[in-house]
Design a protein around this ligand. Structure first.
Ligand code: CTP
Ligand code: MG
Length: 241
């Protein structure tokens, strides 16, 4: 496969509240992870999907994916790690050497349209080493001095909203570039260095690489809090109508 995808799905989903690991929580009766993997396999470009499952849940997740009709696709399951970054690194390690382009897609973004997947792949194929889909912000954003909950936080400044973007997934990479920055980040962490990043493009930036943005989609939002699940159910119902 010329294009493979890593799906980090090993998170607990603390912000979603008590229940199963987030990737296994259901949307329209189907686990979020299954939606996310299907969204990727809908792209003709994607030939392999590697899921980084909760470390104790590899067999369960593999059975779940088979049971949802993904058995005919090349979908593999590996144990994830303690951070998203580690889960992605472990997923990457399972991708064959002949794959030139790697996508990284959150299991928690079940409704990403295939047009976004294809646009990211196209931008990598056109020569970018790192591509992120993103959308303009609706809210004004302020930088603050963090305080304990319940204490007002002093505002430091307000970045110009016109130059801000909310970043989504799948993010796309030249495989060698993504592999390099994950290995470098691991080495630095072992040396007591920098904290993990929250997205893969952030690692490319940390080590001086170039990242470009292509248009994302409002339906590619991440299911993070309970309200996001309500919205996701509504989007799914609208699609099925
Ligand atoms: N993720 C992962 N391994 C981890 C942590 C997160 O694979 N150790 C994955 C999640 O499963 C999710 C994606 O990274 O698909 C985005 O992370 P996030 O939305 O923060 O999910 P969680 O970490 O599960 O949620 P929370 O932060 O609320 O606990
Ligand atoms: Mg998290």
């Amino acid at each position: 496969a010329a294009v493979a995808a890593v799906v980090p799905a090993a998170g607990r989903g603390e912000r979603l509240g008590p229940g199963a690991p987030k990737a296994l929580r259901e949307l329209g009766g189907v686990p979020l992870l299954v939606h996310a993997v299907r969204a990727l396999t809908r792209s003709r470009a994607v030939g392999l999907v590697v899921v980084a499952a909760p470390p104790g849940g590899v067999a369960e997740v593999a059975a779940l994916l088979d049971g949802h009709g993904l058995a005919g696709k090349d979908v593999r399951v590996v144990p994830g790690g303690a951070t998203r970054q580690e889960s992605v690194r472990l997923g990457l390690a399972a991708i064959p050497a002949d794959v030139g382009t790697v996508l990284v897609h959150d299991a928690a973004r079940p409704l990403v349209p295939v047009e976004v997947v294809d646009a990211v792949v196209a931008a990598v194929r056109a020569g970018a080493e790192a591509v992120v889909p993103a959308v303009p912000l609706a809210d004004t954003v302020k930088r603050v001095e963090p305080r304990e909950p319940g204490t007002p936080e002093p505002v430091l400044d307000t970045p110009d909203r016109a130059v801000l973007r909310a970043v989504q997934t799948p993010q796309g990479f030249r495989r060698s570039a993504l592999h390099d920055v994950h290995e470098r980040a691991l080495a630095e962490e072992s040396a007591g260095g920098l904290p993990p990043v929250t997205d893969d493009a952030g690692l490319i930036e940390r080590f001086g690489g170039r990242v470009v943005v292509v248009p994302g989609h409002e339906e590619a939002f991440k299911v993070t809090r309970p309200l996001d699940l309500v919205l996701a159910e509504a989007v799914l119902a609208r699609r099925r109508a």
